[in-house]
Design a binder for this molecule. Structure first.
Ligand code: MTE
Length: 306
């Protein structure tokens, strides 16, 4: 991943126009309670008020930055490319194949797959391996709820997510910068953790194409590259799947990719980060501040399993 974490000045919204968390919660509560959220063109149930997971004092990153400073190599490697190149990306209709170690292998429409799942608003950090971070109000449902619905077999130890392969719509797939399609995976206990969500919206709106429409993963304690976008296939496996960045540069990108200030990337430190919109770097927190996941890795050498 090229290390380019200097947003253009126009991407940094002045502090006065930041939507602060309190204002956001107020707005979201008014819109959310008893209401419904549009998710990938689907109206899903919403019962819960917005949840703030471990980011209580953090200001939200403005919409313009969240939707204008992206990593989505299928649409180009520049941070502004996805917004520019993904606008005509077709996300409706959308089908998702469910396969592997699962009781019923079949292809679902997005609507069928997520029908009735509870969409909530959760404010999560996104920490990129390149050293920048954002605080984003994602709209999504727990991956756990979906997995329970799909019924993986006892042999399912991992779950793999594959992004759409479509060279016509995704010009980046015409160059060999990565082995396509983009594939990421989680260990089953990571996938079942209540912090792990599937995202269908952001800031209360349908997810824009550049952020991974119509559906993407969000694993807030891991570096952003684990959170695959525009998912078309979910496969349950017995063995650890091959994943894109790990396959491309294994020494730099591990399977686990847990945010860890003590384990540096071979070419740069991971001890600090630059929150987009802020001037000074801040200390990076273990597991991106989501310490409740530490028990998943008890007894593992995190310098080896990076
Ligand atoms: N998913 C796909 N399919 N292709 C990508 O290039 N980039 C990843 C991840 N998911 C990527 C992807 C990386 S490196 C990051 S940091 C996040 O998406 C960025 O998500 P955002 O653009 O919504 O902030």
């Amino acid at each position: 991943m090229p290390r380019n974490h200097h947003p253009h000045p126009s991407e940094v919204t002045p502090e006065s126009v930041y939507l602060n968390r309190r204002a956001f919660i107020k707005r979201a509560s008014v819109a959310g309670i008893g209401g419904a959220l549009i998710a990938g063109g689907v109206v899903a149930k919403q019962r819960n008020a917005p949840r703030v997971e471990g980011t209580f004092d953090d200001e939200l990153t403005p919409w313009e930055t969240v939707t204008g400073y992206n990593n989505f190599y299928e649409f180009g490697t520049g941070k502004g490319d996805p917004k520019k190149n993904a606008q005509d990306f077709k996300t409706d209709p959308w089908a998702i194949e469910v396969t592997g170690e699962v009781s019923e292998k079949r292809t679902f429409s997005l609507e069928e797959l997520i029908d009735g799942l509870t969409i909530e608003e959760r404010i999560y950090r996104l920490r990129c391996v390149e050293g920048w971070s954002m605080v984003v109000p994602w709209n999504g449902f727990m991956l756990k709820d979906l997995i329970e619905r799909l019924g993986p077999t006892e042999d399912a130890n991992f779950v793999e997510f594959t992004t759409l392969m479509d060279r016509r719509q995704m010009p980046g797939q015409n160059s060999p910068i990565l082995p396509w399609p983009y594939v990421e995976a989680l260990r089953m206990d990571e996938a079942m953790h209540p912090l792990t969500i599937m995202v269908t919206g952001v800031y209360g709106k349908t997810l824009p194409p550049q952020n991974g429409a119509p559906i993407r993963l969000m694993v807030p304690w891991k570096y952003g590259f684990k959170s695959g976008k525009s998912i078309v296939k979910i496969r349950f496996t017995k063995r650890q799947p091959r994943t894109t960045w790990n396959e491309a540069i294994p020494r730099e990108y591990g399977f686990y990719a847990n945010v860890n200030p003590e384990v540096d990337h071979p070419r740069w430190s991971q001890a600090t980060e630059r929150r987009l919109g802020e001037f000074f770097r801040r200390d990076t927190l273990m597991f991106n501040g989501y310490e409740e996941v530490a028990s998943l890795y008890e007894g593992m050498d995190l310098t080896r399993y990076y």
